[in-house]
Design a protein around this ligand. Structure first.
Ligand code: NAI
Length: 332
């Protein structure tokens, strides 16, 4: 079977090649570093399936084009599937499968790293000390023990964050339409508005859907405690970035850390250090001393990459054998 892998970086090639095990006929992997889009879909010519990541575009027209090229499956190397037009895939009979969980603790640990860094300004201290500047002005943080952390989306990653923050001695709040018993054992479930009003730190861990795009908008920011910290390691469009910039400028929002950004597909996962970045909203974010951005690296651990590769081949083997795929996003 021929599988075209889009958005393939050196680390993807390494882990996928190591995990390439077929139970039927060998998988021939063809790697492209470009993302899937209408401009690049022709690379899928002659393939049985495509393997994509978070910023690849599998919208209606792209899926139609894949179908016309004979592609019968879309295999996501990630949990989120907001970039795939599921209705179109179902209509055309394409299998869409994902990796539902790959070390949720890895994302949770990165989330906490962002909180800790932003709170105690270790990123700024690192640079200062290297320059021989040992002053403390501007590095003041808060003691996390006793603070309230509001977790929006209390699934696998949200629960892992809750457990870590509970260990810090924080009070844990959660908002989730389907809370788990495990979360209820350590946190208090609230309506979103109450969570926003009571939390010193709000952290987002729900999937992105059309109905919760810009979940954090100017009205919801106005409900947050003055000076509260907002963290997003889930999906960029959960936050209205313009509203957040206004919140930072008015000093109402205390600090922001993001590992995901609404327009990240034009920036992340590539070296842009010699380019002019045209995204003025992103560049405005970069000017705030109380904003910390990482380029979608929450998942980026050895363990998670190995799990992603292994589960991707389990999914591909179901596809090759024509058996039921437990990680199918749509019923098969
Ligand atoms: P999960 O499916 O275990 O949990 C998601 C939870 O969100 C569920 O409990 C669900 O009921 C809840 N939920 C759904 N809609 C909601 C809403 N409107 N408001 C509040 N809660 C809602 O998913 P998991 O594994 O915890 O991942 C969460 C998200 O993290 C993924 O959808 C993905 O967007 C993001 N992610 C980010 C990564 C990174 O590298 N930064 C890596 C992996 C995932």
């Amino acid at each position: 079977m021929n599988i075209v892998v889009f958005s393939a970086h050196a680390y993807d090639k390494r882990f996928l090649n190591e995990a390439n095990q077929s139970e039927v006929a060998p998988f021939n992997l063809v790697f492209h570093d470009v993302g899937l889009s209408m401009e690049t879909v022709a690379f899928a010519q002659g393939s049985d399936a495509v393997c994509i990541f978070v910023n690849d575009v599998a919208n209606g027209p792209v899926i139609e084009a894949l179908y016309k090229l004979g592609v019968k499956g879309i295999f996501l190397r990630c949990a989120g599937f907001n970039n795939v037009d599921l209705e179109m895939a179902q209509q055309l009979g394409l299998l869409v499968a994902r990796v539902p969980a790959y070390a949720p603790e890895a994302v949770a640990e990165h989330t906490v790293a962002l909180m800790m860094t932003l709170n105690r300004n270790t990123h700024r201290a690192y640079n200062r000390v290297r320059e021989g500047n040992f002053t403390l002005n501007g590095l003041l943080g808060m003691t996390l023990h006793g603070k309230t952390v509001g977790i929006i989306g209390t699934g696998k990653i949200g629960l892992a964050v809750a457990k870590i923050m509970k260990g810090f001695g924080c009070h844990i709040l959660g908002f989730d339409p389907a809370p788990s018993a495990e979360f209820l054992a350590i946190g208090e479930m609230l309506e979103l508005e109450s969570l926003l009003k009571r939390s010193d730190i709000v952290t987002l861990h729900c999937p992105l859907f059309e109905h919760n795009r810009h979940l954090i908008n100017s009205e919801r920011l106005a409900l947050m405690k003055p000076g509260a910290m907002l963290i997003n390691t889930s999906r960029g469009a959960l936050i209205d970035t313009r509203a957040v910039i206004a919140g930072l400028k008015s000093r109402r929002l205390g600090a922001l850390a993001i590992d995901v950004y609404e327009q990240e597909s034009a920036l992340f996962f590539h070296d842009r250090s010699s380019e002019i970045i045209d995204d003025d909203i992103f560049q405005r974010l970069m000017t705030f001393p109380n904003v910390l951005v990482t380029g979608h690296q929450g998942f980026f651990t050895n363990e998670a990459l190995r799990e992603i590769a292994d589960v991707t081949f389990q999914n591909l083997n179901c596809f090759a054998k024509g058996t039921n795929c437990p990680n199918a996003v749509l019923p098969t």
